[in-house]
Design a binder for this molecule. Structure first.
Ligand SMILES: Cc1cc2nc3c(=O)[nH]c(=O)nc-3n(C[C@H](O)[C@H](O)[C@H](O)COP(=O)(O)OP(=O)(O)OC[C@H]3O[C@@H](n4cnc5c(N)ncnc54)[C@H](O)[C@@H]3O)c2cc1C
Length: 378
């Protein structure tokens, strides 16, 4: 039997992990990247992403997060590089919010790896965070900050070291199923593969127009806030707050500022990162500034830095990990809906094993069910 030839389109968050996993298996793996692994023009810039074990949407992700934790450690061990800072992180959730029930069930599963506090207890331990009186707060001790650009760079380099090829600054313009093979065209050159995995993030609907009904592409703003004069960020942990005041924050590695972000309702709809507006208006900043005044009054309420990134969402926020609707040889990994960094190593493992027909390491059937993702006309 000949060695299977597999292409991965996009070596960002998901594609770099997929290529790393493929590079450890029996196949010839080739990546195509529009820019260069670790760039900041897609979903992965801004120096930090939250890793957490507490699940707030669906307990089926609990084993996925456990496996993700193992794979982060594997990549760190394989390369000798530190890719996360496990500092602990806080989850704030209103008692009446649906997410709270799931978070508390998740807390039971995690046992002594978490601490559940009342708002008053949290306020005395973490005085920098204002809370609503009906909120509960969960300290997730194994959570922390992922270094996204470094992770992508590292996974891509590890794949290279294992023999995978990456074409950088190469835009794939066409993917066509041709019998049992798939033809991939980049910069006017066409190559044929046995299977193709598309991990093109916010560019997915541009590259594969048939995917557009599944996806809502958004410009997502990250904003960095300094502490007020005389205040410091000491003792501040990364956090996430569930709806109705959804937000998240991560202190910068140097402790200088707190990076904050909001949820889907505050993101700008865009057709593609290629054509999106990049300037940030005062109106764009209003919601996050209100959040600071309400919940983080130790911070200045005007950001010292603001940068747009790009993410593909699905309409029900379930990631699309399934064959392309019209091309059975193309596996599409898209729509990670603002939460896909933490699980990216597992998605890479699942995708690599799926295209090679290998048994999965964990039960991932629910993730591979394309029916989970609702189609909606935009
Ligand atoms: C501001 C922000 C904050 C977030 N915070 C968190 C968090 O705290 N925790 C968490 O778990 N998740 C978080 N997320 C979500 C997470 O970062 C994303 O879900 C994840 O990065 C998506 O990965 P991706 O591979 O789909 O996209 P990307 O990482 O953008 O990768 C897509 C890649 O495909 C390449 N590409 C596109 N088109 C082509 C083409 N035609 N040819 C070749 N290459 C192509 C691009 O250049 C890019 O490198 C956040 C997202 C954003 C935007």
């Amino acid at each position: 039997m000949t060695t299977p030839r597999i292409a991965v389109i996009g070596t960002g968050t998901i594609g770099s992990q997929t290529l790393w996993q493929l590079s450890k298996l029996d196949c010839e793996a080739t990546g195509y990247e529009l820019f260069s692994p670790g760039h900041s023009r897609g979903a992965a810039g801004g120096e930090s992403r939250l890793f957490r074990h507490i699940e707030i949407e669906d307990l089926q992700y609990q084993p996925i997060l456990e496996r993700a934790d193992e794979l982060w450690k594997d990549l760190e061990a394989a390369t000798g590089l530190k890719l996360r800072d496990i500092s602990g992180a806080l989850t704030f959730s209103a008692e009446s919010a649906p997410a709270t029930r799931i978070a508390l069930q998740s807390a039971v599963l995690l046992g002594d790896r978490v601490e559940v506090m009342t708002a008053a207890e949290a306020k005395s331990r973490f005085p920098m965070y204002e809370t609503d009186p009906d909120e509960i707060v969960i300290l997730d001790k194994g959570a922390g900050t992922i270094f996204p650009e470094k992770t992508i760079r590292t996974a891509a380099a590890a794949a290279n070291a294992n023999g995978a090829t990456i074409h950088t600054e190469a835009r794939v313009t066409d993917i066509v199923q041709d019998g049992d093979e798939v033809a991939v065209t980049a910069d006017g050159q066409t190559e044929r593969y046995d299977r193709v995995i598309v991990a093109a993030g916010a560019w997915t609907a541009t590259l594969l127009p048939d995917m557009a009904p599944y996806l809502a592409t958004r410009r997502v703003l990250s904003t960095w806030f300094l502490p007020r004069t005389g205040e410091s960020l000491e003792g501040m942990l990364p956090y996430i707050r569930t709806e109705p005041n959804y937000s998240y924050g991560l202190p910068t590695v140097d402790g200088l500022a707190m990076k904050l972000g909001l949820g889907f309702a505050n993101h700008l709809p865009v057709d593609s990162p290629d054509t999106a507006r990049m300037n940030v208006t005062d109106e764009d900043l209003q919601a996050v500034r209100s959040l600071v005044r309400r919940f983080l009054p130790h911070l200045e309420d005007y950001p010292m830095r603001m940068t747009p990134y790009f993410e593909a969402y699905t309409h029900n926020r379930h990631e699309y990990v399934a064959p392309h609707p019209g091309m059975p040889g193309v596996l599409v990994l898209a729509g990670f809906s603002g939460k896909g960094f933490k699980t990216s190593p597992v998605i890479g493992e699942i995708a690599a094993r799926e295209v090679l027909g290998l048994e999965q390491k964990i039960d991932a059937k629910f993730l591979l069910d394309g029916q989970r993702v609702r189609v909606q006309d935009l």
